[in-house]
Write a protein that binds this ligand. Structure first.
Ligand SMILES: Cc1cc2nc3c(=O)[nH]c(=O)nc-3n(C[C@H](O)[C@H](O)[C@H](O)COP(=O)(O)OP(=O)(O)OC[C@H]3O[C@@H](n4cnc5c(N)ncnc54)[C@H](O)[C@@H]3O)c2cc1C
Length: 456
């Protein structure tokens, strides 16, 4: 039989296929450069579901594994290349197929960039709410496969909550649809839910029908500074208990405030121990009232100062600075971003645990995250030439995950399991639950060709 790459070119005429190692290099890693990446057999860029089907059929015939890839911004190693596998990159399946204003849906190919979808639907006064901080780079396919969250998710929920149906190419090359535009549809098992968050291990998503929302009014933005993260955590609990529903409720610790201010020169209170960013997107005077309520909660919790963005441009700067927090931390050395979650009332305890781990390991750990969701991003800061860096990070990670589990939390709130969290999956879910996951994988991908070794 001719080599698989030759067959690929024969069976899918015109398919862009890379098989030189220098060409494939940019497609070997995601944002987890610390994980070992394999060398793929080829990287290919299908243009249609039919082409994906042909690639998967060939892979099934030849026993070749497949790694699905969006933009490679993942933080769990899901898109990291596997030796001898075909990486299927969805960058050329990037069309918005339909925006249905009568039914408030968008039907898209998986390679559409999140921000591009939002720009397109905004022209119809609509919004697709899930907005990872990487929204200008990441794809809808990656968002679906990771069940990604973002800054608006405290009010609107995560990717899963906005999916009505998917088209999926299964491991044998067959194509299924798991739902469509119907708002209510409970026929059979919820297959959509199986694929959302499956990290390319159960099927390749080739189309998605997503729910949209009428575009909310422009946001009002407030910052509150606190002496400690504990006080900021109390404010989150008080804002929630007051029945307020801010669209953004983000936290930064002192380390992150200083790093962001160094880069963006925003005049943040660098003496503060923590900062909350609170935003409201309700209409008219109600937004002002919502922020006034949040301000009262912050002051009750011990906020040392609060301020409102003067106008939309200033609010935009503040939001961009929050989205770029990880990049700002990288000026201090290597900042490896992690992801844990607890119920929001336990955010202060989780942060104190992280501080204890930092002291024990002698490892600076900056924390920011989606405090309103209880979802925190500890960032391990190491100098580029520290020979002991990996050992310290590994020890800190293990302690932090175990602390999150002890608090009833999760080892990953939104970045996924991939390779990075695999060793802790059984610890969190239990052996029997992981056996059920293995049974699902076995039913859908009996030869283990889809992203093998990831998640399970
Ligand atoms: C600076 C920064 C900020 C971030 N902020 C957030 C945040 O706020 N919230 C959040 O949740 N995440 C965040 N992330 C993580 C990341 O951006 C998300 O996980 C994103 O959804 C990944 O999308 P991608 O297109 O880059 O996917 P990739 O990294 O290419 O792939 C991710 C996974 O999806 C699978 N996959 C991709 N396409 C398909 C497909 N069509 N079918 C089946 N499987 C597929 C891959 O195999 C892999 O397992 C951030 C990352 C960075 C670098």
């Amino acid at each position: 039989m001719p080599p698989v790459v030759d067959l690929l070119r024969q069976r899918v005429p015109g398919l862009r296929v890379l098989d030189e190692s220098s060409e494939m290099e940019p497609f070997r890693y995601d944002e987890t450069a610390y994980l070992t990446a394999g060398v793929p057999l080829a990287v290919c860029f299908p243009r249609s579901t039919d082409e994906v089907r042909s690639i998967v059929r060939l892979a099934a015939e030849t026993g070749t594994p497949i790694v699905a890839r969006g933009a490679g911004t993942g933080l769990s190693g899901g898109a990291v290349a596997i030796d001898g596998a075909i990486t299927v990159a969805f960058g050329q399946m990037a069309s918005i197929l339909e925006i249905d204003t009568a039914n408030l849906t968008a039907t898209v190919q998986p390679g559409v960039i999140n921000a591009e979808l939002n720009r397109a639907v905004a022209a119809h006064n609509l919004l697709y709410p899930p907005d990872p901080a990487s929204f200008e780079m990441c794809t809808i396919g990656g968002n679906l496969a990771e069940n990604s969250g973002g800054l608006r998710c405290v009010k609107y929920g995560v990717t899963r909550d906005w999916v009505l149906g998917l088209e999926v190419v299964l491991a044998d090359g067959s194509v299924i649809r798991t739902g469509g535009k119907n708002k209510k549809d409970v026929a059979g098992y919820d297959l959509t839910g199986w694929f959302v968050g499956s990290e390319g291990t159960l099927g390749l998503i080739t189309e998605a029908t997503l729910r949209l929302l009428p575009l909310p009014p422009p946001k009002l933005t407030m910052l509150a500074f606190f002496g400690s993260v504990r006080d900021a955590g109390r404010a989150v609990a008080l804002i929630t208990a007051a029945g307020l529903q801010p669209v953004t409720l983000e936290l930064m610790d002192a380390f992150t405030i200083a790093a962001v201010d160094d880069v963006h020169q925003l005049g943040l209170d660098r003496a503060a121990g923590a900062m909350l960013m609170v935003e409201s997107d309700v209409a008219g005077a109600a937004a002002d009232a919502e922020l006034a309520g949040a301000e009262e909660a912050c002051l009750t919790a011990g906020a040392t100062s609060t301020l409102r963005a003067a106008d939309a441009t200033e609010a935009d700067w503040l939001r961009q600075a929050r989205r770029a927090a990880h990049g700002s931390l990288e000026r201090a050395g290597v900042a490896r971003m992690d992801d844990v979650g607890v119920t929001r009332s336990r955010v202060p305890e989780m942060i104190e645990e992280i501080e204890r781990v930092s002291a024990r390991q002698g490892l600076p750990i900056a924390v920011f995250g989606h405090a309103g969701d209880g979802n925190l991003h500890p960032n391990y800061i190491v100098s580029r030439d520290d020979p002991d860096a990996e050992r310290k990070i590994d020890a800190a990670r293990d302690e932090i995950y175990r602390a999150a589990l002890k608090l009833g939390g999760t080892v990953t709130g939104e970045h996924g399991t991939g390779l990075a969290k695999k060793p802790w999956l059984v610890l969190q879910r239990g052996e029997r639950a992981v056996e059920v996951m293995r049974a699902i994988k076995q039913a859908l991908d009996p030869d283990g060709l889809l992203n093998p070794g990831k998640v399970l």
